[in-house]
Design a protein around this ligand. Sequence first.
Ligand code: COA
Length: 163
Amino acid sequence: MRAAICPGSFDPPTNGHLNIIERGIRIFDRLIVAVAVNMSKEPIFSAEERAAMLREIFANHPKIEIDFFDGLLAEYARKRKIHRILRGIRTMSDYEYEFQMALANKTLYPELEIIFLMTEGRYTHLSSSIIKDVVRHGGRAAEMIHPLVEQQLRAKLCRKEWA
Ligand code: COA
């Protein structure tokens, strides 16, 4: 069985992420979407909340599993006995970052193969931070995120503003 891990912070998942995952399941028999528990950036959603959104969105996709990982991605892949990582690339700056990460991951786990999909043009400008900003300022994010994500993001940001 051809399995791969699609890791990310998904804070929150964008339509760009969903597009990579949907295209990924056409390539692999099984895709483990792995939510990073500890990130360099302070997340707005807990790992459980991020995973719950992805679980609901992909509830009808038996080939997709949603999981968490804490610590090194290479160690998680080794533990799961999966040696393929799927990532999306939007821009040249993504490329440089991904290139470094891929080399570091390969040093840690030489059997690992990192497969990149080019993000579709209509998603190249998207990022979780931009979307948070749009929603925070009352903009429409319908074309950028799944309706479930938009609803949760609005609820989260409104609660935060009043806290
Ligand atoms: N379309 C649109 N936006 C996309 C996208 C796509 N296809 N792919 C990524 N993005 C955006 C995200 O929205 C996010 O935006 P933000 O910076 O505003 O939050 C950004 O690009 C990157 O997010 P994401 O793809 O979710 O991953 P990440 O870069 O935050 O996380 C990990 C990368 C978690 C895989 C990586 O840090 C990791 O493996 N960490 C574990 C520790 C480790 O092993 N480190 C490596 C050792 S070298």
